[in-house]
Design a protein around this ligand. Structure first.
Ligand code: NDP
Ligand code: 8X3
Length: 252
């Protein structure tokens, strides 16, 4: 039987692109997100290529996550690949002005959501001695920028969680990878700026950002290398993005 992939946040951006990429390879797909209607449309679109199970799921809800993955239909119950992709940034205000509610939402989604999904799926992988957890981190987990405060810190968690998973899984065949993209054009900025299309559009204006398909191609690649190979992390940026100099404040 073909392999089975669970993709969180499959209703948009990287997650939807991963769904298309793995469907083309004939993998069995478990697609999850909060917007169930979009998942149903995606299921209709991809069902001619691969078996698809769509599941409305909020990764912040610990009980819901545990129940959802404990009650998968038999055809989808043995998961070979978990793509922990669901995530978001909210706001770009400096720490002393940022919304605590936004911070809570980022922690609950980007940190706790990854914990809950991983903890629900990992025991089966270890038991079968087969599987791969691909986390979608960010360059923001390594490199600070103004306004990145809790978003970047949440992705630093994902980076270190990925490494610590590898440490725990030594002696099993289960693999772990953290993919750390830079600026990519998805719904990410629309979410960050709470529906302000103009602000979101401005982020990408005049640039040639990464596209969701670029990240999906990398996810497929890390999952396709020989079983003895573990790609620990992939940091990837558009050619049009690089680091700036360290900032220095010079009072007049
Ligand atoms: P999108 O906004 O296009 O997609 C985010 C996905 O996450 C959506 O499918 C959304 O689905 C889902 N999601 C958000 N909150 C929840 C939740 N509580 N429960 C379940 N699903 C949720 O953005 P991207 O594709 O860009 O983002 C995907 C990942 O990539 C994120 O982790 C992001 O931090 C990371 N990333 C993005 C970069 C970029 O520049 N775009 C760069 C580096 C990393 P729904 O709303 O239906 O629940
Ligand atoms: C998304 C990339 O640089 O906007 O993780 O934080 S960035």
């Amino acid at each position: 039987m073909q392999k089975c992939v669970v993709i969180t946040g499959a209703s948009s951006g990287f997650g939807a692109a991963c769904a298309h990429a793995f469907a083309k390879l004939g993998w069995r797909l478990v697609l999850t997100a909060r917007r169930g209607g979009i998942l149903e449309e995606l299921k209709q679109e991809l069902s001619s290529l691969a078996p698809v199970h769509a599941m409305t799921l909020d990764v912040r809800d610990r009980a819901m996550v545990a129940a959802a993955f404990a009650s998968l239909p038999a055809e989808f119950a043995e998961i070979d690949l978990l793509v922990n992709n669901a995530g978001l940034a909210l706001g770009l205000e400096p720490a002393h002005q940022a919304s605590l509610d936004d911070w809570d939402t980022m922690v609950d989604t980007n940190i706790k959501g990854v914990m809950y999904c991983t903890r629900a799926i990992l025991p089966g992988m270890v038991q079968r001695n087969r599987g791969h957890v691909v986390n979608i981190g960010s360059i923001a987990g390594s490199w600070p920028y103004p306004g990145g405060n809790v978003y970047g810190a949440s992705k630093a968690f994902v980076q270190q969680f990925s490494r610590n998973l590898r440490a725990d899984l030594l002696g099993t065949a289960v693999r772990v990878t953290n993919i750390e993209p830079g600026m990519a054009e998805t719904e990410f900025s629309k979410v960050r700026f709470k529906g302000d299309d103009e602000k979101a559009h401005h982020v990408y204006t005049g640039t040639d950002p990464l596209l969701p398909e670029d990240i999906a191609e990398i996810v497929v690649w890390v999952a396709s290398v020989p079983q003895r190979v573990n790609i620990n992390s992939v940091e990837v940026m558009s050619v049009c993005q690089a680091w700036g100099p360290l900032a220095v404040h010079r009072p007049k």
